[in-house]
Design a protein around this ligand. Structure first.
Ligand code: IPM
Ligand code: MG
Length: 356
């Protein structure tokens, strides 16, 4: 099959980690007889420098007309003080919104080989961690009205958090459908003891849960979820939550897996178009040093094959290769432990590609 992939390498370590994912994808295409065609589009700070905006309209059109989008990371201190309307992160939000990528899947899996890399006690993670965060991605406080104004002589800032019934229902459906293919448990996370948007969230989720009697459903408040993720992460299967809660909880959950560098994500629309990216940021402090962990991006490429291209065998090949490379003792600095083989970003990509 021939597939067109728009590549948004972005800033910081973005280019290095995406290059390793492409190396792995090329191996997959060679082995399975596909053709992947890549088109680079600037995003984030590099696009601000080149074009004055964090992504151009043509760039957005390129993303829309491709079969899927692979992203590295955006942002860095160099652009921290640019006008908020052209911040690097704005581009990411724009791509998510314009491509209709409302469902963000963030699988949190502890590779047993990395149990020591998790800061949690072995007794907490030893039974394995395998949960999936389903984060709503195109609504909530990320997309509500924002303003800063002087009121009675002092500055007042507002960020509106808004959810409509249908926005909640469609993300809920993704979560229930996914749970049916997993362990059939859902924790819906909200702050219904305080927020109206959460009360509507809960109401819609309860209605949906009637359609899925096989799925064991619970409501969990977001603060309690933050605690339970550390106390007893094994209790979770699918966590479904709104945009900002999902942002925060997925960073927390990443540490269960040892390193945020291991975590992939898929952002899905209601068609086959999706965007795939590691959940970590652009790590400007280590950019260009060939020490970043490319596995989150490589595993994101596997998700692309699975969800956008319907290539499950190919996706398995990547995931199995990552597993083998970890078995063989390859470790980037973030997951390094004594006695293992410390490698850089490129060497890690080479190792995965070689197994495939
Ligand atoms: C993420 C990131 C983004 C977000 C930032 C870079 C805007 O933290 O994908 O989790 O908050 O969604
Ligand atoms: Mg985040």
């Amino acid at each position: 099959m021939k597939k067109n992939i728009t590549v948004l390498k972005g800033d910081g370590i973005g280019p290095e980690i995406v290059n390793e994912a492409i190396k792995v994808l090329d191996k997959v295409s060679e082995k399975f007889g596909h053709e992947f065609v890549y088109t680079d589009v600037l995003i984030g700070g590099c696009s601000i420098d080149a074009n004055g905006v964090p992504i151009t309209d043509e760039g957005i059109e390129k993303c829309k007309s491709s079969d899927s989008v692979l992203l590295g990371a955006v942002g860095g201190p160099k652009w921290d003080s640019v006008d908020p309307s052209i911040r690097p992160e704005k581009a990411l939000l724009r791509v998510r919104k314009e491509l209709g990528l409302f469902a963000n899947l963030r699988p949190t899996r502890l590779f047993p080989q990395l149990a020591d890399a998790s800061p949690l006690k072995a007794s907490i993670v030893e039974n394995g961690i395998d949960l999936l965060i389903v984060r709503e991605l195109t609504g909530g406080i990320y997309f509500g009205k924002r303003s800063t104004a002087e009121v009675d002589g002092e500055l007042v800032a507002t960020d509106e958090m808004l959810y409509s019934y249908h926005e909640i229902e469609r993300i809920g459906r993704v979560a229930f459908e996914t749970a049916m293919k997993r362990n059939k448990r859902i924790a819906s996370v909200d702050k219904a003891n305080v927020l109206d948007s959460s009360r509507l969230w809960r109401k819609v989720m309860h209605k949906l849960s009637e359609e899925y009697p096989e799925v064991a459903y619970t409501d969990v408040l977001v603060d309690n979820t933050a605690m339970q993720l550390i106390k007893n992460p094994g209790q979770f299967d699918v966590i479904v939550t709104e945009n900002m809660f999902g942002d925060i909880l997925s960073d927390e959950a990443s540490m269960l897996t040892g390193s945020i560098g291991m975590m992939p994500s898929a952002s899905l629309s209601d068609g086959t178009l999706g965007m795939y990216e590691p959940i970590h940021g652009s790590a400007p402090d280590i950019a260009g040093m060939d020490v970043a962990n490319p596995l989150g991006t490589i595993l994101s490429a596997a998700m692309m094959l699975r969800y956008s291209f319907d290539m499950p065998k190919e996706a398995d090949a990547i995931e199995n290769a990552v597993n083998e490379v970890l078995n063989a003792g390859y470790r980037t600095g973030d997951i390094m432990k004594e006695g293992m083989k410390k490698v850089g970003c490129k060497e890690m990509g080479d190792a995965v590609a070689a197994v495939i």
